[in-house]
Write a protein that binds this ligand. Structure first.
Ligand code: ATP
Ligand code: MG
Length: 307
C-alpha cells in the first residue's frame, strides 16, 4: 500500500528543520493523523526512487521505542516522509524552561532511547547518526520514541552534503575526522550522553554564545572535560551514566547491552509503572502553555543559545 499526497488533508505546521517543515496531516482513507516531514533535496528520479526503496524496510520493523513509519513518496525533488504523530512533540520542547527533568523521568527517557538505538542496531543493522532532543518524541501516553534515524544510505549521502547546525551533538572523533568514516555505534552513545545532559539539566552544555566561533565551540567539545549533570539534583548513578557515554575515547564508551543494565536504568526499572510519564508530559505541556509568551520572546529576542 502506498500513500500519496491526494489522500492527505494538511493541518497545522508542527515544526521546521534544516531541510523543510513537518506538518500534521490527516490520511483520509485510514482516518489516521500523521506527521509528514518534507525533505528538500535536489536529486534525480533514480536517486529519489532508491531512497523510497531503502525506506521500505521500515514497513516490517516495529518497536515501541521507534516512531512508526507509514510511507513515503516524492513530488518533484522533495521527499515526503509520513510517520506516527507524536502529540507532545520533541523533548527540547518539554524541558520546563530550563531546569530539566527529574531523575526518575530522565532514567525512563534514557531507557527508551537506549532501547530504540539497540533495536535499530540489532534488527535493522543501522546506526542512528542524529541522536538529539529534537529527534526524541513524546506523546500524551508518556511514550518516548526515536525518529530521523539513518535508514537510507542514499538519503544519508544526500543530506551529508549540506551543513551542520549550531548545536552539535557530534562525538569528538567525528568532529576531528570531519567525515562519516569515523562513524560507529559509539558516536551515537556520545550523542545520547549529550542529549541526557541537556534533558536532565535543561541546558545544552556547549552553548554557542559562550564561544567566539563555531571553531572554538567544536574545539571545546573535542578538548574540554564534558560537564556533569547537576550534583544537587542527580544521584551518582545518573552522573555516572552520562560520564560513561561522554568518554573522549570512543572505544571506552559502553555498548547498549551494558547501558541497559547500568545502575541508573536499573534503579527505576522495578518501579517503572509508578513513574507517571504521562503526568510528566501533561505537566510539561501545561507549563509551556502558561509560559508561551516568555518562550516566544526568548525565541525571537535572540540570546543565541539555540533551541
Ligand atoms: P534538524 O533539521 O537539525 O534535524 P529538527 O529535528 O528539529 O532539526 P525536523 O526533523 O525537521 O528538524 O523536525 C522539526 C520539528 O518537528 C521537530 O523539532 C519536532 O518538534 C517536530 N516533529 C518532528 N517529527 C514529529 C512527529 N512525528 N510528531 C510530532 N512532531 C514532530
Ligand atoms: Mg528531526
Amino acid at each position: 500500500y502506498k500513500i500519496n499526497m491526494a489522500e492527505l488533508e494538511l493541518r497545522e505546521e508542527l515544526g521546521k528543520g534544516q531541510y523543510g517543515v513537518v506538518q500534521k496531516v490527516f490520511h483520509k482513507p485510514t482516518k489516521v493523523i500523521m506527521a509528514m516531514k518534507e525533505i528538500r533535496l535536489e536529486l534525480d528520479t533514480g536517486k529519489l526512487s532508491q531512497i523510497l526503496m531503502e525506506l521500505d524496510v521500515l514497513h516490517k520493523s516495529h518497536s515501541p521505542y521507534i516512531v512508526e513509519f507509514y510511507g513515503a513518496f516524492f513530488i518533484e525533488s522533495c521527499v515526503y516522509y509520513c510517520m506516527e504523530y507524536m502529540d507532545a512533540g520533541s523533548l527540547d520542547r518539554l524541558i520546563p524552561y530550563k531546569n530539566g527533568v527529574p531523575e526518575d523521568v530522565l532514567s525512563r527517557i534514557a531507557f527508551s532511547i537506549v532501547s530504540g538505538l539497540r533495536f535499530l542496531k540489532d534488527e535493522l543493522k543501522i546506526i542512528h547518526r542524529d541522536v538529539k532532543p529534537t529527534n526524541v518524541l513524546a506523546n500524551s501516553k508518556g511514550e518516548i520514541k526515536l525518529c530521523d534515524f539513518g535508514v537510507s544510505g542514499q538519503l544519508i549521502q544526500s543530506l551529508a552534503k549540506t551543513n551542520i547546525g549550531c548545536q552539535s551533538y557530534m562525538a569528538p572523533e567525528r568532529i576531528a575526522m570531519s567525515d562519516n568514516a569515523a562513524y560507529s555505534v559509539a558516536s551515537d552513545v556520545w550523542s545520547l550522553g549529550i542529549s541526557c545532559l541537556e534533558v536532565g539539566s535543561g541546558k545544552y552544555p556547549y552553548p554557542a554564545n559562550r564561544y567566539d566561533s563555531i571553531f572554538a565551540q567544536l574545539n571545546a567539545i573535542v578538548h574540554e572535560t564534558p560537564p556533569d549533570l547537576p550534583h544537587d539534583r542527580f544521584g551518582p548513578e545518573a552522573i555516572d551514566f552520562v560520564r560513561q557515554c561522554l568518554q573522549k575515547d570512543a572505544k571506552a564508551r559502553p555498548t547498549y547491552a551494558e547501558l541497559i543494565v547500568h545502575p541508573f536504568i536499573l534503579k527505576y526499572q522495578d518501579h517503572a509503572d509508578e513513574i507517571d510519564m504521562a503526568g510528566w508530559v501533561q505537566g510539561a505541556l501545561e507549563w509551556r502553555q502558561a509560559h508561551a509568551d516568555e518562550l516566544h520572546q526568548l525565541k525571537n529576542g535572540g540570546g543565541g543559545t539555540g533551541a
